[in-house]
Write a protein that binds this ligand. Structure first.
Ligand SMILES: *Cc1c(COP(=O)(O)O)cnc(C)c1O
Length: 408
């Protein structure tokens, strides 16, 4: 094995031997990153518009994160979930201060934050709604890969997997208030949704719909949960996506961009839903010092450098540039908010386009066979955008995707 791992081919062969096959991965091995770029073992550079899957909010290996991890690891890596630690208190204070929420629970992944929200909703149902436990979620939503969050997820591909699912989830179509209203019963304890559905290909909820959901939740004492795992902390050009709508949920979950790549998530709620008692929710790594220091450093940097505004500005620039491409190539107008954007291409061509972009040193994501999604780090510059557009244009040209088919 030793000699095998000296070459890229050897590394790839040994990866296939020892790793469970849970993801289709291209035949490269990434070794380092800096800012907007990642490099592989052949020292090929990639301009990263996937951003570690909307995770590397400050770009790759940012100095502030390195420093925070190095410093905290010299102080205290892990204290035990049974003790307070200083970074935990500091980060909880920061998050509650900037989010409009009163209380926070920390976990390590988006799925776990959503599990916490699901549990909190069921607790609310048990305490205040005669044991109501059903949660309404949206078709084509994505909430994670634990069994409960897969059950909450409205992704058609998950439908028949790992049966039986966790009971108590009803899926209704996005932006259809009547369908949601019809699904509400005396068993309903919560409605949970993404404001911009990321994994399904970047589809946003409408403001009137969201306002109507808020009203229904108030009238029936149902908890409203926003899964801002992908949209939170600057991604959409507002610090939280709910600010685009002026509709505040009772519970909000955050993950992905929160610690720039260190595994961390949070569930935030209000004083009113401060319902957990010791034993209801926890985790060995909940609010462990290293992650708290990472989160504090990353979120502070997002705030200090005004990266939310940069996301709004560069997002608008990307939209303008991409919409210009639609005059010449078979691409749709862009949808999304801030730096969570997507456009459609002819059915079946998205994976090929993403692959060709990668060959040409640009990382973009194809969430399905007809969609290209962009979610670059919040530090992206106009120069990076121009470079991305240049590579993408070349690829659309070589793929022969001239504007014959009409998209709009
Ligand atoms: C990625 C994602 C999750 C799951 O987060 P993990 O950290 O992979 O568990 C949940 N909800 C949304 C909206 C996501 O984008």
């Amino acid at each position: 094995m030793q000699s095998l791992t000296k070459t890229t081919d050897g590394l790839l062969a040994s990866a296939k031997q020892s790793l469970l096959y849970t993801a289709k991965r291209p035949e490269v091995v990434m070794t380092r990153g800096e800012g907007m770029y990642m490099w592989d073992t052949e020292d090929k550079a990639y301009l990263d518009f996937i951003g570690g899957w909307a995770v590397t909010s400050l770009g790759h290996s940012p100095a502030v994160l390195q420093k925070a991890l190095a410093h905290q690891s010299g102080q205290l890596v892990h204290a035990s979930p049974g003790f307070y630690n200083k970074p935990m208190i500091e980060f909880a204070n920061l998050l509650t201060e900037i989010s409009g929420f009163d209380k926070v629970f920390f976990a390590c992944s988006g799925a776990e934050a959503n599990e916490s929200a699901i549990k909190l909703a069921r607790k609310h149902g048990a305490l205040h709604l005669n044991g109501a436990y059903e949660i309404i979620t949206l078709t084509n939503s994505f909430h994670g890969r634990t069994l409960a969050t897969m059950s909450a997820t409205g992704k058609p591909a998950f439908e028949n997997l790992f049966e039986p699912k966790v009971p108590g989830f009803k899926h209704v179509p996005i932006n259809d208030f009547d369908a949601c209203f019809a699904a509400i019963s005396d068993k309903t304890c919560a409605i949970m949704l993404e404001l911009v559905q990321g994994e399904s290909g970047v589809h946003s909820v409408d403001a009137p719909y969201l306002q109507a959901l808020r009203k229904a939740c108030d009238v029936y004492d149902i908890m409203l949960i926003f899964d801002e795992v992908q949209t939170g902390l600057g991604r959409t050009g507002k610090l939280f996506a709910y600010e685009h709508y002026g509709v505040k949920p009772d519970v909000m979950t955050l993950a992905k961009g929160i610690a720039g790549g260190f595994p961390l998530s949070a569930m935030l709620t209000t004083e009113q839903y401060d319902l957990f008692e010791p034993g209801d929710q926890g985790g060995t790594y909940s609010a462990a010092p290293l992650g708290m220091a990472a989160g504090h450093a990353v979120v502070s940097e997002i705030l200090q450098r005004g990266l939310t505004d940069n996301a709004a500005k560069q997002g608008a620039f990307i939209q303008e540039k991409l919409n210009g491409l639609a005059n010449h190539y078979a691409v749709s107008q862009v949808r999304g908010k801030g730096l969570l954007l997507a456009f459609d291409v002819p059915e079946g061509t998205a994976p090929v386009l993403a692959e060709q972009c990668m060959d040409n040193g640009l990382l973009v994501n194809a969430p399905n066979a007809h969609t290209i999604r962009l979610m670059p780090p919040l530090i992206v510059t106009a120069e990076d955008v121009e470079k991305m557009i240049g590579i993408l244009t070349g690829v659309l040209e070589t793929c022969g995707l001239k504007n014959e088919a009409v998209y709009s």
